[in-house]
Design a protein around this ligand. Structure first.
Ligand SMILES: *[C@@H]1O[C@H](CO)[C@@H](O)[C@H](O)[C@H]1NC(C)=O
Ligand SMILES: *[C@@H]1O[C@H](CO)[C@@H](O)[C@H](O)[C@H]1NC(C)=O
Ligand SMILES: *[C@@H]1O[C@H](CO)[C@@H](O)[C@H](O)[C@H]1NC(C)=O
Ligand SMILES: *[C@@H]1O[C@H](CO)[C@@H](O)[C@H](O)[C@H]1NC(C)=O
Length: 310
């Protein structure tokens, strides 16, 4: 009886192990316009906190990394305070989005690739302008969403209250953070961004996908201007929750063995073999083999130890 119980335990452990692979995210922080000095701080915080949300972050400012082969390793792309035309060729980016890839944009990422319709749709709206950096109040609209769960509302932040050229809700985005415009002065607001004033939003199906593609998730937040933002526990809760939510799209390998992009562990070798990305199969296979070996060792030693005492 003990032995059967041990087998059941080992199988449960095995099932957990093969689904435990971290998600992989590529941080892209190239700038062709204004360069935020918080970029290294933000990358440092994300890489440090990555393990707490089971994410392995790579970072680059090299647009030549945007090839089909490289992007397919990632469960999400995170555009961090990018500015200007930093991606001369967005074809691979488009194909990544069509394959179920997820997207996260932070702060001035909304002021990048202004000539790319794909990018504008995927991020939800583009930056218009902002009044000076100051302390103002942000309100939470959907308090159970992982990106804002546990945040106070009203939430006083020191940041730039961004204005946008259009209303992300017109693309189907759901707004989670809005600016309380009564808490600051702005003589040149956008008249086209919609009400209440959007500051962070999500798209269940990122609008950058082309018809026939598999849409992943998209999240954008305009907050995060200062080093202090990144060292702030509440902002960290916001951004880590946003990343966690984005990865739950089930359109990348971390949670969908038949997805075309992402770093997750497949559920079984046969599912992998049927998947469109063959190049990942050998490493997944050996991961699976070593897991099976561990499982057999666990059963063997538990059997030995239970036999010895019974
Ligand atoms: C923000 O942090 C970076 C290092 O991560 C530093 O170079 C920069 O000077 C800091 N900015 C301010 C305003 O302190
Ligand atoms: C309002 O902001 C827009 C976008 O930055 C700018 O083009 C325009 O000149 C500003 N208008 C005034 C009156 O400052
Ligand atoms: C993803 O899969 C999980 C587990 O099966 C499920 O609870 C969740 O609703 C799915 N999410 C989407 C967006 O399909
Ligand atoms: C899993 O991935 C496949 C292949 O991209 C896709 O067709 C399917 O819709 C995905 N499943 C979910 C729940 O999104």
């Amino acid at each position: 009886m003990h032995f059967l119980h041990d087998i059941a335990l080992a199988i449960a452990l095995y099932a957990t192990l093969i689904n435990a692979g971290p998600a992989k995210i590529l941080i892209f922080s190239a700038t062709a316009g204004f360069r935020h000095d918080m970029i290294p701080t933000a990358i440092g915080v994300l890489k440090e906190k990555g393990p707490s949300i089971n994410v392995d972050f790579d970072s680059t400012e090299d647009a030549s990394m945007f090839t089909d082969d490289n992007l397919k390793k990632y469960d999400a792309l995170l555009f961090l305070a990018t500015t200007g035309d930093v991606l001369p060729n967005d074809k691979s980016f488009q194909r990544y989005l069509n394959a179920g890839g997820n997207f996260i944009g932070v702060h001035s990422a909304s002021d990048a690739l202004r000539n790319s319709k794909t990018y504008a749709n995927e991020i939800g709206s583009l930056f218009y302008n902002h009044p000076i950096l100051q302390t103002f109040v942000v309100d939470v609209l959907e308090s159970t969403h992982p990106s804002v769960a546990g945040l106070p509302s009203p939430w006083p932040v020191q940041d730039e209250p961004y204005n946008f050229v259009s209303d992300p809700r017109s693309l189907g985005a759901k707004v989670v953070l809005v600016a309380d415009e009564s808490t600051y002065v702005d003589n040149n607001k956008s008249t086209t961004q919609g009400t209440p004033h959007p500051l962070a939003w999500y798209q269940e199906k990122g609008a950058g996908v082309q018809s026939g593609g598999v849409a992943g998730r998209s999240f954008y937040t305009s907050l995060g201007h200062l080093n202090e933002s990144w060292n702030d526990k509440l902002f960290q809760k916001h951004i880590l929750g946003a990343i966690t939510w984005t990865l739950q799209s089930n359109t990348t390998k971390v949670s969908n063995a038949s997805a075309s992009v992402g770093n997750g562990s497949p559920l079984s070798p046969s599912t992998t073999a049927k998947g469109p990305v063959q190049s990942n199969a050998p490493s997944s296979g050996s991961k699976l083999e070593s897991t099976l070996t561990s499982m057999l060792l666990i059963i063997f030693f538990t059997f030995i130890s239970t036999s010895a005492y019974s």
